[in-house]
Design a binder for this molecule. Structure first.
Ligand SMILES: NC(=O)c1ccc[n+]([C@@H]2O[C@H](COP(=O)([O-])OP(=O)(O)OC[C@H]3O[C@@H](n4cnc5c(N)ncnc54)[C@H](O)[C@@H]3O)[C@@H](O)[C@H]2O)c1
Ligand SMILES: O=P(O)(O)OC[C@H](O)CO
Length: 332
C-alpha cells in the first residue's frame, strides 16, 4: 500500500487526506497544532475546519513532522503559500530519499515571484521529475461531502504524475494527468485574484453580466500572463483554468470571492482580514502576480486594480468605473 504524508491540516489538507485514504492510500496527516492531531485521533474529526467530515481509518494524525514523514513515498504540502519555504526547510531532514513532493497551494511567493513547485524544488534541492502539482475546481467543503469533482495532477515526469494520480483517485475525485506545471500554477494563483474582483462586484450588488464579463476578461488576462511565462494556452481551458475560475467566482464557499464580497459591501481590507480565520491566497499573491506581469510586459488590469484596492486604499467603486473606461481594444 502506498504511504503518503499530508503536511497541513487546514481545510484542503484535511479534505485531501480523506481523498487519498478513500483512494486506498495510507495517510499520515501532519497538524501544526497538537490539539488538532489529538482531536482527530480521538474523534476522527477536525472540527475547526471541516466539522462534518469523518476521516477514514486510513488517516492517522500527528503533530510530529518526523513521524508523519517516516516512510512517506508521497509528500503532499497543503499550507499557505507564503509559509512553504520556512516550513519545508524544517521538514527536510525527515524526507525519505526519492519521495515525490506534491503542491496543493495556489499562490505565488512574495518577493521572489516563484511558483510553489519552484519554491519546493529550490528548498528541497530536488529535480523537476520529483515535483507534482494538483489543481482544479476543488472547494474543500464540497469534496469533504464527497461530491464528485475532478482535478489535474501535473508533473514533467509521466511516472510521477501517474503515481500521484493513482494515490488520489477516489470514487468522487477524478484526477486527470497534465504536464503543463507552469500553466496550472499560474491559473491556480491568478484565479484567486479574479475571484476577489468578482466578489467585490457582487458585493456592490452587480449581477451575472458583470460577473461573467469580469470572469472572462480575467481568463484573458491569465492566459496572456501564463503564455508569456511559458505555459500552453490550452491549459487555461481545462480544470485548473476555466474550471477553477467558475468554481471560485460563483461559489459563496470561496474565501477569495467572499473576501472581495465584503470589500464590495464597503468593509475595509483590515476589517475583513481581521475576521477571516482561513487562508485568502489572493491577498498576498496579487502583488507577486502583478510583478510577474510587469516583468513579462503583460497587461493585467484586473490584477493591477485589485492590488490598488488592497494596498493603495483605492475605492472598489472607483475601480469598477476604471474598467469600463479603459481604451477600446480588440477582444482577443
Ligand atoms: N480550501 C480549499 O478549498 C482549497 C482547495 C484547493 C487549494 N487550496 C489551496 O491550499 C492551500 C492551503 O489552503 P487551506 O484552505 O487548507 O488553508 P487553511 O487556512 O484552511 O489551512 C491552512 C493550514 O496551514 C497551517 N499553517 C499555517 N501557517 C503555517 C506554517 N507557518 N507552517 C505550517 N503550517 C502552517 C494551518 O495551521 C492550517 O492547518 C492554499 O494555497 C489554498 O489556495 C485550498
Ligand atoms: O476558497 P478559495 O477561494 O481559496 O478557493 C478554494 C479552491 O481553490 C477552489 O478550487
Amino acid at each position: 500500500m502506498t504511504k503518503a504524508a499530508v503536511m497541513g491540516s487546514g481545510s484542503w489538507g484535511t479534505a485531501f487526506a480523506a481523498i487519498m485514504a478513500d483512494a486506498g492510500t495510507q495517510v499520515s496527516l501532519w497538524c501544526r497544532r497538537f490539539e488538532v492531531a489529538e482531536e482527530i485521533a480521538a474523534t476522527r474529526r477536525n472540527s475547526a475546519y471541516l466539522p462534518d467530515l469523518v476521516l477514514p481509518d486510513l488517516v492517522d494524525a500527528t503533530n510530529d513532522a518526523q513521524e508523519a514523514l517516516a516512510g512517506a513515498e508521497i509528500v503532499v504540502v497543503a499550507i499557505p503559500a507564503q509559509e512553504v519555504r520556512t516550513a519545508l526547510a524544517a521538514w527536510l531532514p525527515f524526507l525519505e530519499e526519492g519521495a515525490l513532493l506534491v503542491s496543493l497551494m495556489k499562490g505565488i511567493e512574495q518577493d521572489t515571484g516563484l511558483r510553489m513547485s519552484q519554491v519546493i524544488g529550490q528548498v528541497a534541492g530536488v529535480e523537476d521529475a520529483r515535483l507534482v502539482v494538483i489543481s482544479g475546481p476543488n472547494l474543500a467543503k464540497e469534496i469533504a461531502a464527497r461530491q464528485p469533482a475532478a482535478a489535474v495532477v501535473a508533473s514533467t515526469s509521466p511516472r510521477a504524475r501517474a503515481r500521484v494520480a493513482e494515490a488520489c483517485a477516489a470514487p468522487y475525485f477524478r484526477p486527470y494527468l497534465g504536464a503543463d506545471v507552469i500553466g496550472i500554477e499560474i491559473a491556480g494563483a491568478t484565479k484567486n485574484v479574479i475571484g476577489i474582483a468578482v466578489g467585490m462586484a457582487a458585493g456592490m450588488g452587480m449581477g451575472e453580466n458583470t460577473v461573467a464579463s469580469l470572469l472572462t476578461r480575467g481568463l484573458a488576462e491569465t492566459v496572456r500572463l501564463g503564455v508569456a511565462l511559458g505555459a500552453d494556452s490550452q491549459t487555461f481551458l481545462g480544470l485548473a483554468g476555466v474550471g477553477d475560475l467558475v468554481a471560485t467566482c460563483t461559489s459563496p464557499l470561496s474565501r477569495n470571492r467572499s473576501f472581495g464580497f465584503e470589500l464590495g459591501r464597503g468593509r475595509s481590507v483590515q476589517d475583513v482580514l481581521a475576521t477571516s480565520h482561513s487562508t485568502v491566497e489572493g491577498v498576498k499573491s496579487c502583488r507577486s502576480i502583478l510583478q510577474l506581469a510587469r516583468e513579462a510586459d503583460v497587461d493585467a488590469p484586473i490584477v493591477e486594480n485589485i492590488v490598488s484596492v488592497l494596498y493603495e486604499d483605492r475605492d472598489p467603486r472607483e475601480v469598477l468605473g476604471a474598467f469600463m473606461s479603459r481604451t477600446r481594444k480588440h477582444e482577443i
